[in-house]
Design a protein around this ligand. Structure first.
Ligand code: SF4
Length: 346
């Protein structure tokens, strides 16, 4: 059994569909993180006119970076998040999906808008995308590819949402984030320990890097916004991206953040930049090694507290509720309620 490294000081350096984030998710403070106040643009140094495609040399890391220790997979944030909710939930999610589920467009909308923003940024970065493949066209194509015919969500209405959302987010990124920055990476796939994660956008600003992640919310009332933005300050995903971004680009990641596109009731984009410190990354890294090790060793238990917590399951109870509570986890009986993941799309 692999054991986490004791102490890090001398060794290792580092659309969701939610509509109503939980206040319980937002602690009063975030130890070790410099929580900035004021709008993000007021904190972004070195603002000039437009993003540049030629990156100047930046300060290299002085700390050593490495893959996880042998035998310790570097699990991507999505898996870790599911495992932290409930290890059984993570295990079932990799193997089964509900046969009867009300299709909702939340996830697909986010993916489509991501696709459009990526085309926009790649064009700015290196002009590598064909002029005919514009951001809106790419977003619509992605939407149509994943759309499931049903009566609740019409394709025409969703296309209108994707169009205005993609335009609003790309315009905002151009105006708020890119001045004074150089785009270093768009949807950068980083492999570590046999697993990979994708960084939506990596910017160089001054002599340090920033990693940005795009989120989309179909609806978010203003009263929930502060808690939602505060989530970035204790986001496992963002710290994971910071650590792996440093390892990949061999540069200090000074800031991470989420660009949150809110589609309703009012269309807008909000940013939650977080200044990353070495101490915070070391703290995260120690937790990560502990958790990755337990995941790798197959630690399994039922977190009964999560079964009906709707904040954890996109407004519904756990999709495996019946599997655990009616079938008592007997997977030989699961095919009546769930289908194996390999049948997905069949
Ligand atoms: S129903 Fe409860 S115990 Fe079962 S997978 Fe879901 S959260 Fe875990």
């Amino acid at each position: 059994m692999w054991s986490p490294t004791p102490g890090l000081s001398g060794g290792l350096p580092w659309l969701r569909g939610s509509t109503s984030p939980s206040a319980e998710d937002a602690p009063a403070g975030a130890s070790g993180i410099n929580v900035p106040s004021g709008p993000p643009t007021s904190m972004l140094p070195g603002e000039t006119d437009k993003p540049s495609s030629s990156a100047a040399p930046v300060e290299p890391l002085t700390t050593s970076l490495s893959d996880p220790p042998a035998g310790c997979p570097s699990y991507p944030p999505t898996e870790v998040q599911r495992w932290l909710i409930c290890p059984v939930f993570n295990d079932y999610s990799a193997k089964w999906e509900p046969r009867v589920e009300a299709w909702t467009p939340h996830r697909l909308l986010g993916m489509a808008i991501h696709a459009g923003v990526a085309v926009h940024l790649r064009n700015l970065m290196d002009g590598s995308v064909s002029p005919a493949t514009g951001p809106i066209a790419s977003a619509i194509a992605s939407l149509r590819e994943g759309y499931v015919q049903q009566e609740t969500w019409g394709l025409t209405g969703l296309e209108a949402l994707v169009t205005k959302g993609t335009k609003r987010l790309t315009d905002s990124i151009d105006e708020k984030l890119l001045p004074g920055a150089t785009i270093l990476g768009v949807e950068t796939s980083i492999e570590a320990g046999g697993r990979h994660r994708i960084l939506d956008c990596t910017l160089q600003r001054g002599d340090t890097l920033e990693v940005w992640d795009w989120k989309a919310s179909l609806r978010l009332d203003d009263r929930y916004l502060p808690d939602r933005l505060l989530e970035a300050h204790h986001s496992w995903q963002l710290l994971d991206y910071a650590w792996h971004g440093q390892a990949h680009f061999q540069r200090v990641v000074h800031r991470v953040g989420q660009g949150l596109l809110i589609l309703g009731p009012k269309l807008k984009v909000e940013y939650s930049p977080v200044t990353v410190t070495k101490e915070r990354l070391d703290q995260w890294r120690l937790d990560a090694e502990t958790i990755w090790a337990m995941m790798g060793d197959g630690f399994m238990w039922h977190n009964w507290k999560a079964c009906s917590d709707k904040h954890l399951h996109y407004g519904q109870r756990c999709p495996f509720y019946e599997g655990c509570h009616d079938l008592y986890g007997d997977e030989s009986q699961f095919p009546g309620l769930y289908r194996p993941m390999k049948e997905k799309g069949a």
